[in-house]
Design a protein around this ligand. Sequence first.
Ligand SMILES: [Zn+2]
Length: 412
Amino acid sequence: MRPTMRFGWLAVVLTPLFSTSAPASAQDLLIHGGTVVTSEGSFAADILVRDGVIVELGRALTAPTGVRSIDASGLLVMPGGVDPHVHLGGRRADDYRTGSMAALAGGITTISNFAFPAQGQTLAEAVAREAALIEEQALADVILHAGINDPVTQQEQVSTLLAETGQASIKIFMVNASFDANIRAYLATMAAAGRAGILTMVHTEDGPILARAVEQLTAAGKTSLEHFPDSRPVLGEVVAMQRAVGMAEQTGSPIYAVHVSSARALRVAQDAQARGVTVFVETRPIYLHLTRERFDGPDRGLYVGQPPLREQSDQDALWNGLANGTIHVVGTDHVAYRREVKLDPSQTIARHRAGLNNLQVVRPMLYSEGVVTGRISAERFVAVTATNPARLFGLYPRKGSISVGSDADIVL
Ligand SMILES: [Zn+2]
């Protein structure tokens, strides 16, 4: 399989803040009069697109004959979003097609998913299985991360994954019950990934600490979702982050901590960064916009995600991290379930449907609550929603950038 197989079939997406009615010529156009915002700065420029690629950037460009032009006066012109943390397919309500539609409606042009091997499958086979579905269903571009669920056999496969399939990332779950029993194999997997130039994404919650919290709450009769935030305490995230940092330090392999939710876990990552350990940090819209008070209300089921919602002080620390560059990416961890499934009253702290549906709203919410309020600049907005994830997952400067030669994935 060629490396390009991890992208969807549609290399070019002009997101639907304007509409394209003539597909044959829609990939040639001039966008003029707007303010281009990149992670580096903002400037007035027109953009000429040919065959879906940006071929010219400059002032007072004119549209060649027959090329459609779009007046972007008064508008910001940004790279299409890149969301490296999306879950699609399986029992979830979104597949690659509807996930693409939600993303495109919200200014995201590259989504993602995780390829977990089924019983007896190799990582490469899992990637091929998902690549076939992407070919068939996806409208947006798609990054596939290989999911590690058997490090004992998969550590070997990681060494050849990038060359074989083009996958530049794997994901491990410290929260899995089998994590501790296989810790040596996970270390070897992470080491192999680092040597192969593959980024290891880590779900940083400690299984034993979470399991004990659930046991204690259960013994006290506190099994309803009202107690969900206490069933996955900050301590579990802190311990896992410390260990993940230790693993990164021991192996010399970079890590990418997904969905960091608490001030204390962020501090562990920041201390590691300050020591020169390569720890990339992702946070998630729910932690930036919501706090655990949501679990006081009757619709608490809607907010069940792992890790849970935290305190206002945690939220404040995350916004600071976004502003000061110690948080690199806002990824949704999008998991769509139908409302009635999320509100199913039989759910408990031990048995529930985790995940939130937020692909379509992540960028508008971050812009509204971050840029408009002055908490982050428009350039940081572009960095954490497009440029940084494009860089980390091997797509830059084709994605995440507005420059000559980049794909014309543009949001007005
Ligand atoms: Zn996730």
